[in-house]
Design a protein around this ligand. Structure first.
Ligand SMILES: NC(=O)c1ccc[n+]([C@@H]2O[C@H](COP(=O)([O-])OP(=O)(O)OC[C@H]3O[C@@H](n4cnc5c(N)ncnc54)[C@H](OP(=O)(O)O)[C@@H]3O)[C@@H](O)[C@H]2O)c1
Length: 371
């Protein structure tokens, strides 16, 4: 078989041609030459520079191939069970890292792509709608740039749909038409607000497994975002063995996996928005107020941001009721009245302040009642 063939080229070959390649001396040579670098892929096997298409091989053929490779002392890092299911476990009990495709080189897709690569995962492909964004991330991650997002799924074991929530279902529907082989493949999305049903068009494709891999984290644009990945919690919803693979992936990212199965996702995601997004909105209001009060803009921004960082720092090892400070938790009603007076010119913000002050009093009162 000619060297340097891409997996997609290999897919176009007939099973007979693939079988002939397997028997050919040149293939055997290249297998031996590349020794342990042989790596079974879902839908194709990369033997160093040769790609052997196996997606249409019957199981007994695969077993024969396995036996032959074993005789050549080449260790397989994965194996097929039945006709189209990939066992993610190695023979020695360690789990094989799936090759990854990322659709959507935006905030979350780029951060995860960079972190996964650092954790030793091969990013086989990057897909998306903007050619420049796709090419830039693909080049950085040593991946193939796929300008048609739907075709990306054929180039990796596990495809991550890192696209806006509302795009997941239409994109999954589009991907079905482009799918060459469902054998052993998996696809996940990153949304904490949608369950696996968003991938149902793909889930109906033979053995293709689908799941949710929600980083309970906030990612900005740019390479710095990858720093937020370690230590993050990852909500996972999938059936085994994909579930095990995703749990392992979260651990490989130095994160903490947890089960999202059976969780009320709307409520869960609203909680995440309260934790990550609204403090940022409140900080923006704080900076505006500080500037209105007369602080220089940069002092207002840096000072208020450092203040928020201090509050988050206190929360690392204290419960919110123990960590909270300020007039509402202390019961300094006079100070609160002066704040409300100062906020009179913005009635909405005044209302928001009052609501938050009441909730803060409740937090402190509940703590006292529990003590
Ligand atoms: N960012 C976070 O903090 C965060 C955290 C946890 C989970 N998530 C989840 O991650 C997913 C992505 O969010 P994000 O914040 O990373 O969004 P984002 O920064 O806006 O990135 C979305 C990516 O999807 C691409 N895209 C948009 N519409 C598309 C379409 N129709 N077909 C193909 N690609 C399309 C965008 O293309 P362009 O390159 O052209 O813009 C962009 O690369 C969402 O499900 C979100 O809930 C995000």
């Amino acid at each position: 078989m000619a060297g340097g063939r891409s997996a997609s080229q290999a897919h176009r070959r007939s099973p007979e041609a693939c079988a002939r390649s397997l028997k050919s001396t040149s293939t055997r040579k290249s297998l031996r030459m590349d020794g342990c670098s042989i790596r079974p892929r879902i839908g194709s096997w990369d033997a160093g520079r040769s790609t052997i298409c196996i997606r249409t091989f019957p199981v007994r053929c695969l077993r024969a191939v396995e036996a032959r490779l074993r005789r050549q002392d080449i260790r397989l890092s994965a194996r097929y069970i039945g006709s189209d299911r990939l066992d993610p476990w190695d023979r020695d009990g360690t789990m094989q890292k799936p090759t990854i495709a990322i659709i959507g080189p935006g905030r979350a897709g780029s951060a995860l792509g960079r972190a996964l690569r650092k954790a030793g995962y091969t990013i086989a492909a990057v897909g998306g709608r903007n050619p420049d964004n796709v090419r830039n991330l693909a080049e950085e991650l040593g991946a193939k740039a796929c300008q048609t997002p739907a075709t990306t799924i054929d180039l990796a074991d596990l495809t991550i749909l890192a696209v806006p929530d509302d795009v997941i279902l239409p994109l999954a529907t589009e991907m079905v038409d482009s799918l060459c082989s469902a054998a052993g493949k998996a696809a996940v999305h990153l949304s904490g607000a949608q369950d696996r049903a968003a991938l149902r068009p793909l889930a109906r494709q033979g053995s293709l497994r689908t799941g949710v891999f929600h980083p309970l984290q906030t990612f900005r644009r740019g390479p710095e975002a990858a720093q937020n990945v370690a230590d993050s919690y990852f909500g996972i919803d999938a059936d085994p063995p994909l579930r095990d693979q995703l749990m392992q992936m979260a651990r490989d990212l130095h994160g903490h996996p947890f089960d999202l199965g059976g969780i009320d996702l709307a409520l869960y995601h609203a909680a995440a928005v309260f934790a990550a997004n609204y403090p940022t909105t409140l900080l923006a209001e704080a900076i505006t107020l500080a500037v209105e009060a007369g602080l220089p803009a940069e002092t207002a921004r840096q000072g208020m941001t450092t203040l928020l960082a201090g509050a988050v720092n206190n929360l690392r090892n204290l419960a919110p009721a123990d960590a909270i400070t300020g007039p509402a938790s202390r019961g300094d009603q006079g100070t609160i009245e002066r704040h409300l007076e100062a906020l009179k010119r913005d009635p909405e913000l005044q209302r928001l302040y009052r609501l938050l002050a009441d909730r803060t009093k409740l937090l402190s009162a509940n703590k006292e009642a529990a003590a």
